[in-house]
Write a protein that binds this ligand. Structure first.
Ligand code: BG6
Length: 284
């Protein structure tokens, strides 16, 4: 077990993808939340020191999965139930040709049908290589009627300093600014800096955006995702969150790949896949 997580999580609650030479991913079965991704010994994901890891709450950090609803939901919890359910292991980590692959699954049950009466199976597949992590969510409508949903991979990235962190690939895109009452604006910067409370939904995104900090760049390659949410709660909101340290906003940024602006329709028996590939490039 990773030394930073030892003592914080129970072994029965996690699955570890071990790529060797300081490369690994630790996934919590609660929400299928990737808690840690180490690339050549370096941690890439932010996990709050105050994150609750006892299966009782959505995990504050890593890569929580949002399904079937992004944001507030009239039927159930904010960001849906997937991040609050225990997932099962569909296939244990296996290493072949330098890639470690593992799949987790979640299907509808009595509790999900009580609040959202549809039949589904989600399969979440992680693929770890020396410098990349791909996460693919397959949504299978196993019922006899269609439904709509929104979904998102809520990646929290660790950065040495938010003041020198930028997000690239967003120039020219329209975005909804949730901090400014949902105003629709256009991004005119090549390098987006994050100097305050940010909560923006960028729409019609190109296939790659990236997070750049002083030590490395993480590119986020999107497949079947059209939106990217950039989120940082900043100091005031940080203080109001019980599972987030007061100063931690200065060492993280969320760059979230999603299908959230417009709900996805899925017919009975249909299967749809959404994928992001994160690639790390260290600065020399
Ligand atoms: O506190 P939660 O439910 O994990 O949500 C965190 C944030 O998640 C982001 O994706 C949303 O755009 C924000 O509005 C929200 O505050």
């Amino acid at each position: 077990m990773d030394t930073d997580l030892a003592g914080r999580v129970q072994e029965r609650d996690v699955v570890i993808l071990d790529g060797g030479v300081g490369t690994s991913v630790v996934v919590h079965l609660h929400g299928a939340t990737a808690l840690s991704w180490k690339c050549d010994g370096k941690e890439i994901l932010f996990l709050s020191k105050k994150a609750v890891l006892d299966n009782s709450k959505a995990i504050r950090g890593g890569i929580p999965l949002v399904f079937p609803q992004f944001g507030p939901w009239t039927c159930g919890p904010q960001h849906g139930f997937a991040r609050n359910k225990r997932w099962s292991v569909e296939s244990q980590p296996q290493k072949a040709d330098g890639t470690v692959t593992c799949s987790l699954a979640l299907s509808d049950d009595e509790d999900t049908r009580k609040i959202w009466n549809y039949r589904f199976k989600l399969v979440y597949t992680l693929e770890l290589t020396k410098s990349s992590l791909s996460t693919r969510l397959t949504v299978d409508n196993t019922g006899s009627e269609g439904f709509t949903f929104t979904t998102l991979m809520h990646s929290y990235f660790l950065t040495p300093d938010i003041a020198t962190t930028t997000v690239r690939g967003l120039k020219g895109l329209n975005y909804v600014d949730k901090v400014k009452n949902g105003q629709e604006l256009q991004e005119d910067r090549d390098k987006v800096t994050i100097p305050q409370n940010y909560d923006r939904v960028y729409q019609k995104c190109p296939s790659t955006v990236s997070m750049e900090c002083s030590s490395h760049t993480v590119s986020v390659n999107l497949s079947n995702f059209t939106d990217v949410v950039v989120w940082n709660p900043w100091s005031e909101k940080a203080r109001a969150m019980s599972d987030f340290g007061d100063e931690e906003y200065s060492t993280m940024v969320c760059v979230e790949a999603g299908r959230v602006s417009c709900p996805v329709q899925i017919a009975a028996g249909q299967q749809l896949a959404f994928q992001q590939t994160l690639q790390v490039q260290a600065k020399l």
